[in-house]
Design a binder for this molecule. Structure first.
Ligand code: NAD
Length: 427
């Protein structure tokens, strides 16, 4: 199978909707490419005394509605096209959640598991040394993503503040609590997935307490989606799957009574790898990484990496599945999207479903600006309100025009971005 180029997918999705909306081709021409791209080298002194050069990226897709916003990924297979696609999806994500922010994304080509703590810190500071003139609370605000975490954001904020000569917590979000971070950020994306699942279930007249979910991934998003599915909705999670860094392959972990997310979280490392031995001892069934997709479930939550539901894997989806909640960015290929439409499977598209992270990032920035901090309950309540509103904005258009949820989400988002471009006199 051909590897999936995420940027081609993002552009094709956009082109299709732009055509359906009758969007002016000149405006579409601007929006199908990023406004700005940065590529740079980051020399890092490694623990053995040698200098190693890493390649870094930052893409600012659109900032008509406010400062660019989006995570920084540390991944061995990072490419400019992955970063472009994710930056574009961030523009739609911020717009669909009605946040006053644009879309950006960054990355470094590195397997973070191969770095010592000191090397990681020097790489984070090196990224900021290259980019600091082009990021900032009113310009572009990075955040954590795959392969990066709160501690790394703390180092980056510190480096930026040193370079600016003042404390600037709002330059980056996802920081540790106690260093400008927001309560609830850790849970935000996964719980956000669950808030949208709850609203979709109401619409589909599904009783969550009688529903089973199958989840791909067990990192930040998947862990809290699993926890939320069980503890907020009262449903059952049949399985989760994750990559095993030692074996360099993925496994699916299931339990006949449903998995216990809190137990699995207690035996999972910082990269989202479950301890196989401990899971086995606790009676978990361990299968191939792809097994999650063919489980008897009502809800599929792909929450790992892009391109996972594709022409090959979609044929194994159980006929019981009625709802797909895209926790990951870009988990569904165009072929699989057509399959969902044909089967009448309801999809909560990625940039709506996983907007909880960026919404809480926005709350973090607001708190940084005010220098006044909210409790976790307040943050999660505000998050729920925002995502519930976003879900219903999209659902209303989908129902009114009889269109697929992904198309409706794109239309809501694109209209808002185009309106901002017009109001600013760009087009
Ligand atoms: P993470 O690094 O914490 O976890 C990723 C998980 O996916 C890990 O458990 C890993 O083992 C698993 N995985 C990787 N390859 C796999 C494979 N082939 N099969 C099964 N499992 C595999 O990342 P995360 O923060 O949870 O992000 C997951 C997805 O959600 C990404 O697409 C990311 O861009 C997106 N996302 C994250 C956030 C956020 O706030 N963290 C917000 C929005 C979107």
């Amino acid at each position: 199978m051909q590897p999936i180029n995420a940027f081609e997918l993002a552009q094709k999705q956009f082109d299709g909707v732009a055509q359906k909306m009758g969007l002016d081709p000149q405006i579409a021409g601007i929006l199908r490419w990023p406004l700005r791209e940065f590529r740079f080298q980051i020399p890092v002194r490694m623990d053995n005394g040698q200098i190693q050069v890493f390649f870094g990226f930052r893409v600012q897709h659109n900032d008509a509605r406010g400062p660019a916003k989006g995570g920084i990924r540390f991944a061995a297979n990072e490419t400019i096209d992955t970063v472009r696609a994710l930056a574009m999806w961030m523009t739609w994500k911020c717009a669909v959640a009605d946040l006053p922010l644009g879309g950006g994304k960054g990355g470094v080509v590195v397997d973070p598991t191969t770095l010592s703590v000191g090397e990681k810190e020097r790489l984070c500071r090196g990224w900021v040394d290259q980019m600091w003139k082009n990021i900032g609370p009113r310009m572009d605000v990075p955040a954590p993503d795959v392969g990066t975490n709160a501690q790394m954001m703390g180092w980056m904020m510190d480096e930026y503040s040193k370079l600016r000569g003042e404390y600037v917590p709002g330059v980056i979000t996802g920081k540790p609590i106690g260093s400008g971070g927001s309560q609830g950020r850790t849970e935000a994306t996964g719980f956000g997935v669950i808030y949208t699942v709850r609203e979709a279930m109401k619409h589909l007249k599904m009783d969550p307490t009688r529903c089973v979910a199958a989840i791909q991934g067990f990192g930040n998003v998947a862990q809290y989606a699993a926890l939320g599915f069980v503890e907020i909705l009262g449903g059952k999670v049949a399985c989760v799957s994750c990559w095993d860094n030692k074996d360099k392959r993925a496994y699916t972990y299931s339990h006949p009574d449903g998995v216990n997310p809190r137990f699995l979280m207690s035996i999972t490392d910082q990269y989202g790898t479950i301890d196989k031995e401990k899971a086995h001892q606790a009676g978990y069934i361990i299968e191939d990484g792809d097994a999650w997709i063919s489980k008897e479930a009502d809800v599929l939550i792909p929450a790992a990496i892009e391109g996972q539901i594709n022409a090959e894997t979609m044929t194994r989806i159980s006929p019981r599945v009625r709802l797909v909640a895209e926790g990951a960015n870009g988990p569904t290929t165009l072929e699989a999207d057509e399959f969902f439409k044909a089967q009448g499977i309801f999809v909560i598209p990625d940039f709506l479903c996983n907007a909880g992270g960026v919404t809480t990032s926005y709350f973090e920035q607001v708190q940084n600006d005010m220098n006044f901090y909210w409790s976790k309950e307040e943050v999660l309540k505000k998050l729920d309100t925002k995502l519930t509103q976003a879900f219903h904005d999209v659902l209303a258009l989908s129902v009114k025009e009889g269109i697929y949820m992904r198309d409706a989400a794109y239309m809501v988002a694109i209209r808002r971005v185009v309106e901002a471009m017009e109001l600013r006199g760009w087009v």
